[in-house]
Design a protein around this ligand. Structure first.
Ligand SMILES: [Zn+2]
Ligand SMILES: [Zn+2]
Length: 425
């Protein structure tokens, strides 16, 4: 194990033997930023909820966009951006080995059109006001989510239907104001619960139905403030309580007191093995991982809805393997380093951003189904491989190799990004 000092915040951080071997496999140097500063740098690229009125620069349609009207970036609507009647390679740049790479990448970024919202257009139906969403139908103001129908005002929800005002949950149906729930049906104001139906106000319930203001119950039915009632009695009491605001407020107060009496787990993990972090399920050998499921051999990964393996430093991903220091990659992705917002999958890419499916590319922006490009310029396979090696050597000299895109190059103001939620300035 080696102890390093973070180049950004000067805190000490460790690089273990295991970390070393991961970096070796990815052919990257050990990080110079500590894990927290690396996360902050990635999140400074994620504008999730600051939406503006704008106009598509190609067709003139009024659109909702992540970019303000006076932005220096060229913003296209979903329809125009995803169409094949423009070629991002027309903005190709030669590599200049006498200048820093990020400077050149930043110049390219100001030329290539960007997508108004980070959604996968073909999988979205009647869901124009969503962002970081795929596979959604009739959804409104939903963020960082997928596989949804008729949902609104929610974030970080997956595989859900008819759901409003919910967060960090999977497989909800007909739910309202639920957080950290899984497989719940017709529940309101329920938190940290699984497999429940027809419950109102609850905390840490498992496989319960028809429970009102209950805490930490397992396989129970017709309970009110954790007390068993007869079916008729339960139904009458619920009806009476919901009809009387004073009684409801009193019940809510009693529920909160009951909730405080119960000890709780120090971290929320479900069916996890040898893992640390919070709000994770079905994980194995995951460390410092948050909000996700189905992970294996991960470190410092957050927001991972499913099938995520052998990766470090990822914010937002699904179906990935062997990826490092990237944001929003997957469905599926393999061997990606320092990438941001790659829609529909990618393979063997480095320093690429805001693009549709790609493989074997370096420093590209907005390309679609392309291969062997550097700074959007098309090369032969042999030339691509030779230039990538030369560019990595150049970036090693300039101190850029192994660093994610600097936050200064982000098209968003820090205050608009998720970084500001976790690390407010
Ligand atoms: Zn740091
Ligand atoms: Zn357009």
């Amino acid at each position: 194990m080696t102890e390093k000092t973070c180049k950004n915040c000067t805190s000490p951080f460790e690089v273990t033997q295991e970390d070393q071997s991961f970096y070796k496999r990815l052919k990257v140097p050990p990080p110079t930023f500590c894990p927290t500063c690396r996360l902050q740098r990635r999140l400074a690229w994620r504008n999730e909820r600051h939406l503006y009125n704008n106009t598509c620069k190609k067709c003139g349609t009024n659109i909702i966009a992540l970019y303000q009207k006076n932005t220096e970036y060229t913003v296209y609507c979903q329809k125009c951006w995803w169409s094949f009647d423009w070629d991002p390679r027309q903005y190709a740049q030669e590599i200049n080995f006498n200048r820093p790479f990020f400077e050149q990448w930043g110049e390219l970024f100001k030329k290539v059109p960007v997508i108004n919202l980070n959604n996968e257009r073909t999988s979205m139906v009647n869901s124009d006001y969503c962002n970081y969403v795929t596979d959604a139908k009739n959804c409104y103001l939903v963020f960082a989510a997928n596989f949804l129908e008729d949902c609104m005002h929610s974030d970080y929800i997956w595989e859900s239907k008819d759901t409003v005002d919910c967060s960090n949950s999977t497989a909800l149906e007909l739910c309202y104001e639920c957080t950290d729930c899984d497989r719940c049906y017709n529940c309101n104001y329920v938190t940290n619960s699984q497999g429940c139906s027809d419950c109102h106000l609850g905390y840490d319930l498992k496989n319960c139905d028809n429970c009102f203001a209950c805490v930490q119950l397992r396989n129970k039915r017709y309970h009110f403030l954790n007390k068993k009632l007869e079916e008729e009695e339960y139904k009458n009491r619920v009806k009476k309580t919901l009809a009387n605001p004073t009684l409801l407020a009193q019940t809510q107060k009693e529920f909160e007191e009951l909730n405080l009496e119960h000890p709780r787990e120090y971290t929320r993990q479900l069916r996890c093995e040898n893992s640390t972090g919070n709000a994770i399920k079905n994980c194995k050998n995951c460390h410092s991982c948050f909000e996700g499921y189905g992970g294996e051999d991960l470190k410092w990964v957050d927001n991972f809805p499913g099938d995520t393996k052998d990766s470090y430093d990822i914010s937002g991903c699904a179906e990935i393997q062997l990826c490092y220091d990237s944001a929003c990659v997957g469905l599926p992705a393999y061997n990606m380093r320092f990438c941001n917002m790659i829609l529909n999958g990618g393979r063997d890419m480095t320093y690429c951003a805001f693009m549709d499916v790609g493989r074997e590319q370096f420093g590209c922006i907005g390309t679609k189904k392309a291969k062997h490009c550097i700074l959007n310029k098309q090369y032969s396979k042999a030339e691509y491989e030779r230039l990538v090696q030369k560019l990595i050597a150049h970036m090693t000299e300039t101190g850029e190799w192994g660093e994610f895109f600097p936050a200064e190059l982000s098209p968003f103001k820090y205050e608009e990004t998720v970084a500001n939620l976790y690390f407010p300035r």
